[in-house]
Write a protein that binds this ligand. Structure first.
Ligand code: PEP
Ligand code: MG
Length: 328
């Protein structure tokens, strides 16, 4: 089967009825970009930038970040690179932030000072990263995306910091490029107010890993409740449908960059909900492409109604299995 999959490397990702699908990669290092080119992905949908902040005693300086991002941008050979601003605070507290690479000791770290909130609490760190991203954008196509946004106030605040970062660069006389901006949707409140968020950004990317966690109140890292972690739970499916349809209606970009996007068991569900942009670990690209090639979006769109109307998770699982098994 692996050899069969390898033959798909240079096949365009399109459904059986001719819908073009964008396949993007989730990356962390320059090595991942090699794999991206090897598997023919269309760009990077998620660069997790945390690695530049962990396992060190002090914050990275702007020039160091600029060098790393510029190296990555150049290796993209014109394809877009979506850099997620740093998303810290739950699993590991960096040493420079009073931690020791240890888990956050707050009672509910996943509901505490994490992601974009931590960036707003550390504005100098945040704008330093933004300036590095903006300068790297002078060398290629770069998009900037904010993690763990809960609503308009946090998004607005992030965009104000971005304007400040641009002004600082202009005052210094440093060259920088333009970036599309995006917002991750991984908190139910953001999902339900996505039409408002989309008035302020170019795209959204759905982080299903966290969206599932917060919707179902199931810690994504706690084995004792992992049986409740259901990507196709009716509540999750409805949120996904709402986000994707709203973005499509508004003519804005929408992707999924959580693990769900790289799992061929959910490819047809996401296609049926109208998703046309998937971002995943490079190792999953070909298996998802294989599923796309044998799927018909018109047929899927007519089948999705029954799934959407159902509120019984077991029934939905069964209907989903049927959706995946049928010849399209
Ligand atoms: C997600 O939450 O789905 C996501 C892509 O972000 P991370 O897994 O890095 O939290
Ligand atoms: Mg997340």
């Amino acid at each position: 089967h692996l050899r069969q999959l390898n033959k798909l490397k240079h096949t365009a990702a399109a459904t059986a009825d001719g819908e073009t699908i964008e396949l993007l990669a989730n990356i962390e290092t320059a090595d991942d970009i090699k794999a991206l080119h090897k598997f023919g992905a269309d760009g990077v949908g998620l660069l997790r930038s945390e690695f530049l902040y962990l396992n060190r005693d002090s914050l990275p300086e702007e020039d160091e970040l600029y060098q790393v991002y510029t190296d990555l941008v150049k290796k993209m050979k014109g394809k877009p690179l979506t850099i997620r601003t740093v998303d810290l605070g739950v699993d590991k507290n960096p040493r420079w932030f009073g931690g020791n690479g240890t888990p956050n000791a707050a009672l509910n770290p996943a509901l505490g000072l994490t992601g974009i909130r931590l960036c707003h609490a550390e504005p100098v760190m945040f704008r330093t990263q933004m300036r590095a991203v903006l300068r790297a954008a002078a060398h290629g196509t770069v998009k900037m995306m904010f993690p763990m946004v809960s609503g308009l106030a946090e998004l607005r605040q992030s965009l104000v910091h971005l304007e400040t970062a641009k002004r600082q660069l202009a005052e210094r006389g440093d060259a920088f490029g333009t970036v599309e901006t995006g917002c991750m949707i991984e908190i139910p409140a953001a999902a339900l107010t996505v039409s408002t968020l989309l008035k302020h950004v170019d795209f959204v990317s759905i982080g299903t890993n966290d969206l599932i966690q917060y919707t179902l109140s199931v810690d994504r890292n706690d084995d004792s409740v992992s049986y409740l972690y259901q990507p196709a739970h009716p509540a999750v499916v409805r949120l996904l449908a709402h986000i994707i349809r709203t973005a499509n209606r508004m003519g804005k970009g929408v992707s999924v960059c959580g693990e769900m996007a790289g799992d061929p068991d959910y490819t047809r569900l996401l296609l049926a909900l109208g998703l046309r942009r998937f971002s995943m670990n490079t190792g999953n690209l070909l298996a998802v492409k294989e599923m796309i090639l044998c799927s018909d979006t018109e047929k899927l769109e007519s089948d999705i109604g029954r799934i959407m109307r159902n509120e019984d998770p077991d029934r939905v699982d069964m209907l989903l299995k049927k959706l995946n098994e049928t010849e399209n």
